[in-house]
Design a protein around this ligand. Structure first.
Ligand code: ADP
Length: 444
C-alpha cells in the first residue's frame, strides 16, 4: 500500500481512537475536542517534519538528509535521489564542456567566443598569442577595443562573414580570420596563422617570375638570331657565327631546365637510402677528372688553375658516405665547378677531405678567387641569387647551383658553410655528421 494511503488510514484510525476515548470518558463534546486535538498534534508533527525538509533543501548539501519519518522520510529519499541524478548529469555536462574547451586550447588556431555585442566570453591560448589578449583580464571586454584594427572592426560591423578576413596579428604575423555564428546571436571567431602559407605563396610567385625571366632572356636572343638568319643575306662565316651564338643560348636554357629538374627532384623525392654507401675516394676521383677538363676549357691559352686534390692514400679517403651517389657527386662537383668558374686562370683551387676528432668529416673547397662580400654570403644558396648577374651569365651559371648543393647535402644530414672575404678567395665546406659516415674503424 502506498505511503500516502497508509498515512490517511493512520490519521483516521487515530481520530477514531481519540474520538471513542473522549466519548467514553466525557461524552460527545469531549470526543470532538479529542479529535480536534489529535488533528492539531498531527499538523504540528507534519510542520516539524516539513521544516526539517525545507532546512535540508536550503542547506544545499544533498548528502546530509535529516532523520525524518513516514511520508517525509520517503519524500526526502526520493528528493535526494533526484538531486543526485541531477548533480551527476550537471557534472557530466560540465566535464563535456571542459573537454571541449581543452580541445579548443589544443587547437593550432585561435578561437574567441563573443556575444552579439562583440564582448569576449572566452578565448583559447592561441588567440591570446595571435591578438595579445589575456583571458583572465580581457573576458567581458569588447573585442574591438582590445584588437584595434580598422579592418577587423569593419568586418564585424559588415556582418558578412562569407569570406575570411586577412589581417595582421601581433609581431607581424598574417592571420586569416572568420566569424562563425552559433547559439543565440553568438559568434565563434577562428583565426589561422597563414604567415608561412603567404610566404610560401610569395616564394612560389617569385620563383615563377625568376624562371620566366631566366628563360625569356636567352629565348629572346635566340628568336632575334632566327629572324636575322631568315631575313638577311649572310656570308657563310656570319651564318656560322650566328649559329654558334644560338647554340650558346640553347645550351643556357638546357642548363637551366636541367638544374630546375634536379632541384625539383631533390625537393620532391623521398630521402636517400642510408643503407647505400659511396666511397669518398670514388667521388673525388670523378670530380678531379671533370675539374681538370673544365679548367682546360676555361683557361684556353692562359695558364691552367693550380688544382689540388687529395691523393688516393690520404687520410680519410677510405671513408664512405651513406646516401645517394648522384646527389653527393652533384653537390661536390657544383662547388668545385663554381671555384673554377669564379677563380681566374692560374689561380688556386684546393679540395680537401678532413676527418674531425668527433668522428664527423668535411669536404672543403678553397679557392683564390675574388671572394664574396659578407652581405651576399648568407643569401648565396637562395635560388637565382647571384652576386654579379653578368659574371654568372658569362660563366654559364644558372643561379641554382648552390641551392642544389644546399638541398642535396641537407638530405644527407650535412650542412653547407661558406667563409669568404673580398679579395681573399672563398672556402665552401660541407660538414657531415659521424652518423652519415662509414669508416673502416667504425665498421658501421
Ligand atoms: P651560379 O650558377 O650563378 O654560379 P650558384 O648558385 O652556383 O649560381 O652561385 C651563386 C652565386 O654565388 C654566384 O652567382 C656567384 O656570385 C657566387 N659564387 C659561388 N661560388 C663562388 C666562388 N667560389 N667564388 C666567388 N663567388 C662565388
Amino acid at each position: 500500500m502506498n505511503v500516502l494511503w497508509q498515512r490517511w488510514l493512520l490519521l483516521l484510525l487515530a481520530q477514531a481512537v481519540l474520538g471513542a476515548l473522549g466519548a467514553w470518558l466525557a461524552g460527545w463534546p469531549a470526543a470532538l475536542a479529542a479529535v480536534l486535538l489529535g488533528s492539531w498534534l498531527w499538523l504540528l508533527a507534519d510542520s516539524w517534519q516539513a521544516r526539517k525538509l525545507w532546512g535540508w533543501l536550503q542547506s544545499g548539501d544533498v548528502a546530509d538528509v535529516p532523520p525524518m519519518r513516514g511520508l517525509w522520510a520517503a519524500l526526502g529519499a526520493s528528493m535526494r535521489r533526484w538531486l543526485r541524478a541531477k548533480e551527476k548529469s550537471v557534472q557530466a555536462a560540465d566535464l563535456r564542456a571542459q573537454g571541449v574547451l581543452h580541445a579548443f586550447h589544443a587547437s593550432p588556431n585561435g578561437v574567441i567566443l563573443v556575444d552579439d555585442q562583440g564582448q569576449i566570453e572566452w578565448c583559447n591560448r592561441m588567440a591570446e598569442s595571435h591578438f595579445g589578449l589575456q583571458a583572465e583580464r580581457d573576458l567581458g571586454q569588447m573585442l574591438g577595443y582590445l584588437v584595434r584594427d580598422p579592418a577587423l572592426s569593419a568586418y564585424w560591423h559588415g556582418q558578412d562573414f562569407s569570406e575570411p578576413l586577412s589581417m595582421e596579428g601581433i609581431q607581424g604575423a598574417r592571420l586569416s580570420v572568420r566569424f562563425y555564428p552559433y547559439g543565440k546571436g553568438k559568434f565563434l571567431l577562428l583565426a589561422q596563422d597563414v604567415t608561412a602559407l603567404e610566404q610560401a605563396e610569395a616564394m612560389r610567385r617569385e620563383f615563377v617570375a625568376n624562371v620566366s625571366h631566366e628563360i625569356r632572356t636567352p629565348l629572346t636572343v635566340l628568336m632575334g638570331f632566327v629572324e636575322t638568319l631568315q631575313t638577311l643575306e649572310l656570308s657563310e662565316q656570319q651564318r656560322q657565327r650566328y649559329l654558334d651564338l644560338m647554340g650558346q643560348q640553347a645550351q643556357r636554357m638546357h642548363h637551366l631546365v636541367q638544374d630546375l629538374l634536379t632541384l625539383s627532384r631533390l625537393e620532391g623525392s623521398p630521402l636517400p637510402n642510408y643503407d647505400h654507401a659511396v666511397g669518398v675516394r670514388t667521388i673525388l676521383q670523378q670530380c678531379e677528372v671533370e675539374a681538370r677538363a673544365l679548367s682546360k676549357l676555361l683557361c684556353k691559352d692562359e695558364p691552367l688553375h693550380v688544382l689540388q686534390f687529395p691523393t688516393a692514400d690520404d687520410a680519410g679517403m677510405d671513408t664512405e658516405l651513406l646516401g645517394a651517389q648522384v646527389e653527393l657527386v652533384s653537390a661536390f662537383s657544383n662547388l668545385i665547378t663554381n671555384a673554377l668558374h669564379y677563380t681566374p686562370p692560374g689561380g688556386q683551387v684546393q679540395v680537401r677531405w678532413l676527418m674531425h676528432a668527433d668522428g664527423s668529416a668535411s669536404l672543403q673547397v678553397r679557392d683564390s678567387g675574388p671572394g664574396i662580400a659578407p652581405e651576399h654570403v648568407l643569401r648565396l644558396s637562395e635560388r637565382f641569387y647571384r652576386v654579379d648577374r653578368s659574371r654568372s651569365r658569362e660563366t654559364g651559371g644558372t643561379g641554382l647551383g648552390l641551392a642544389i648543393v644546399k638541398h642535396a647535402v641537407q638530405r644527407h644530414g650535412a650542412q653547407l658553410h661558406i667563409e669568404s672575404k673580398v679579395g681573399q678567395g672563398s672556402v665552401f665546406s660541407v660538414h657531415f655528421p659521424a652518423r652519415r659516415l662509414r669508416t673502416p674503424s667504425s665498421g658501421a
